[in-house]
Design a protein around this ligand. Structure first.
Ligand SMILES: [Zn+2]
Length: 483
């Protein structure tokens, strides 16, 4: 049996974060009462004329530059003609042909411990369609609020650079984080503002021809992307190994059943009868505009990750988590700028704070009550020995819930670390008295049991006892040497 190699490309559609739609002044926002955010232009009334949204053009330019693309100094729009109820004009205005705003770029993607360079064929601008709803009554309804929302399409190059579901997922995750960093898309796959359609084929490993491609739709999460692609690769292999032929088609993904299904055989370009949009002037860039946008690009995630590793001496793992979104990365740098030790700040942010944020269902660290100053103070309280590490966890939780300052919480709840010998000895003796078996084991040299007794003292002290002192005192009481 041949070893198979998967070849994966991807089309990504990203709704742009402009205030208004692509060719009219209707509001561009998710949701809303159906058909309240539309006008004659975005519902395709005869005689209405589109006017281009400069901001949307600039966002595509920004993205194309960030993806290392060549920029077409002049690009035009085409009409892509097809009939579907969610498209009232019966054509979609889209950039087609050899002048997308950006072409021949690339994105470096960390995947499986190495960097995969994924080449980008084109980055272009088009408009979104409306949304169809199939009601339980058997009727269908259509909402045109999304109709005419500026949509950016990013297509990977052929031949494909991706060869596994993990790489495809990593590409999408990296691309998403770049788009969010650039402020051009909110990246919400569950709301459909970021959508991806992978296409894939398999061939015998090391071959130089390509198998028949299928395209996958309805992938609403990173997990679905990975599962869907894995499933399709196995399906292709099974068809080929049984002597069958893969049919070129678009397939849907059913996440509940964990399988893909045939939707329609693939259309060909000539089916769309593209022709230049006569109502729009060409998009023209000047060198000044391009350079101005290039100069305004933010530091991108991969570069930031490398800088965090070098500047703050962070392990790769910590840095990777911190740069996942720009907000978290900025917050971290603020905590450090206020004087916190970087590794301690990273530990708190990626550990206990991240856990609290997830549990509370908050979207970003900025929305929680713990400010960078609070976190800096909490770290300082531990480092000065005012509180123990385990008390610090309780304090963080209290600050997270109430927004009180860490030092206030420590004062109000009497959580200061106890190093007073008399108090410590009293707790140590109590712990020994209540756990005679454990004490006997330690006396006989079973040092693993020592930690159990330390834990008992920490319990008695509500986490306040200085743990190093406690270890030393237990040793003294039981007549054993503790390192
Ligand atoms: Zn409109």
């Amino acid at each position: 049996m041949a070893e198979w190699e998967a070849c994966i490309g991807m089309e990504v559609h990203a709704e742009l974060l402009t205030d208004s739609k692509m060719f009219c002044s209707c509001v561009n926002a998710f949701g809303g009462e159906p058909n309240t955010r539309c006008c004659p232009v975005c519902t395709g009334m005869p005689g209405s004329l589109p006017v281009m949204n400069r901001k949307a053009v600039e966002m595509v330019l920004r993205t194309a530059l960030a993806l290392n693309c060549e920029i077409s100094m002049t690009s035009i729009f085409h009409r892509k003609n097809y009939f579907y109820p969610d498209l009232p004009k019966n054509y979609q205005i889209s950039q087609y042909g050899d002048t997308p705003i950006g072409k021949r770029g690339w994105l470096d993607v960390p995947a499986n411990g190495r960097i995969v360079r994924v080449h980008i064929r084109r980055v272009h601008l088009e408009e979104d369609t409306g949304k169809l709803f199939h009601l339980p009554t058997g009727e269908s309804a259509v909402d045109y609020n999304r109709s005419g929302v500026p949509l950016m399409e990013i297509v990977t190059e052929f031949p494909p650079d991706m060869h596994s579901a993990e790489e495809a997922r990593a590409y999408l995750e990296t691309l998403r984080s770049v788009l969010v960093y650039l402020g051009v898309c909110d990246g919400r796959m569950e709301q459909g503002s970021l959508r991806c359609e992978p296409n894939l084929s398999v061939r015998p490993g090391g071959g130089d021809t390509f198998g028949v491609k299928t395209e996958l739709k309805n992938l609403n999460s990173f997990r679905a992307v990975q599962r869907g692609i894995e499933y399709e690769i196995q399906r292709h292999i099974a068809v080929l190994e049984s002597g069958g032929k893969v049919v070129q088609e678009t397939r849907g993904w059913n996440d509940e059943r964990g399988e893909s299904f045939s939707m329609r055989t693939k259309e060909y370009e000539q089916d769309y009868r593209y022709f230049p949009e006569p109502d729009l002037v060409p998009v023209q860039f000047s060198e000044e505009w391009i350079e101005q946008v290039r100069a305004s690009l933010p530091e991108l995630p991969l570069t930031k990750r490398q800088r965090f590793i070098e500047q703050y001496a962070l392990p790769e793992y910590d840095a990777t988590l911190l740069v996942e979104d720009r907000c978290t990365a900025d917050y971290f740098e603020e905590v450090v700028a206020l004087g916190a030790e970087p590794k301690a700040a990273a530990n708190w942010m990626n550990g206990d704070l991240a856990r609290l944020i997830n549990a509370a269902g908050i979207e970003s660290v900025r929305e929680c009550k713990v400010t960078p100053r609070d976190l800096r103070d909490l770290i300082a309280l531990v480092q000065k020995g005012t509180i123990t590490g385990s008390v610090a966890k309780q304090v963080l939780e209290e600050v997270f819930q109430t927004g009180a300052e860490p030092s206030q919480v420590v004062q109000a709840k009497g959580l200061t670390q106890v190093s007073d010998a008399d108090q410590l000895i009293a707790w140590v003796r109590q712990a020994i008295e209540e756990n005679p078996d454990a004490a006997e084991k330690v006396r006989n040299g079973k040092m693993q049991t020592l930690q159990f007794l330390v834990g008992q003292v920490m319990k008695l002290s509500r986490g306040r006892a200085n743990p190093n002192e406690v270890r030393r005192l237990i040793g003294e009481e039981l007549g054993v040497t503790v390192e």
